[in-house]
Design a protein around this ligand. Sequence first.
Ligand code: F6P
Ligand code: MN
Length: 334
Amino acid sequence: MHTGTTLTQFIIEDQRHIAGASGDFTALLNDIVTAIKTISNAVNKGALIGVMGALDTENIQGETQKKLDVITNEIMIQSNEWAGHLAGMASEEMDDVYSIPKQYPLGKYLLVFDPLDGSSNVDINISVGTIFSILRAPVSGQAASMEDFLQPGTKQICAGYALYGSSTMLVLTTGNGVNGFTLDRDIGEFVLTHPGMKIPADTREFAINSSNQRFWEAPVQRYVSECLAGSTGPRGRDFNMRWVASMVAEVHRILTRGGIFMYPRDTKDPAKPGRLRLMYEACPMSFIVEQAGGISSTGYERILEITPENLHQRVPVILGSKNEVEVVLSYHNT
Ligand code: F6P
Ligand code: MN
């Protein structure tokens, strides 16, 4: 007999508070959860089932694809295309919108995902994750076009991530706070273990890839140098630093014990205004961070208010503990 609330129970109970809810959303979430359990299994078995290593293909971003990038993308599609809840899908690993095959009914939601975030870490057994976002299709039951997906993050009705770490967790928001669930492999269910997650407003821990330092803009240069100056500098206290290079792991740490994460605008490649993808990474994480009491910005504007111009758009990201992000934003405003 297990104790605690399963994710299935949690979302059904949550749905009862929404007048007129049909159960479609709950069913969609269940299919996403099935995909996540399958991905967790594949990532966990790793070399035992021959899924490690790179392919000789590139995604639309020009990044070499890992075998697991392609496998996990396929798992997300197969788990979610058949049930009739979706009008289309978009993935970091696919150039164009994925149209639901003709043999399946069309639904009222759009699913957007990064099937394996941080996949450069997968071969070295460091945490990776899946990030997803659910939007409403402008017209229910009609195949979605690319333009239908270009909605600002404020329109998300759900965002979540799975973290394949020392345990597998699913962290979720539907706009009513953030809840974390841990996969109990014995019963095959996610169980509520982290209700009402809140990001502490203050922190002494920052995360940034400082190999890019010479390309950063002045406000970020100033902020990081003041952190590094520690108790002898203007901040008057010492800071700690982390860089996992898996955004999911980074955001999860911040949700658990506070912190600030930055992949700021830089001049490294003028064609890319940032590293992270607006629709697959920045928007869902920003929704979660804001729902947990944190802030998420490009340095210049709230990420959730950006209307995407294309599916694979990149943005600068500065997110985390409220008071610390406000310090960085104040440097952008001066
Ligand atoms: O997909 C983007 C990503 O892998 C993030 O998860 C991570 O934060 C970042 O890229 C790591 O970038 P870098 O390799 O520059 O450290
Ligand atoms: Mn990613």
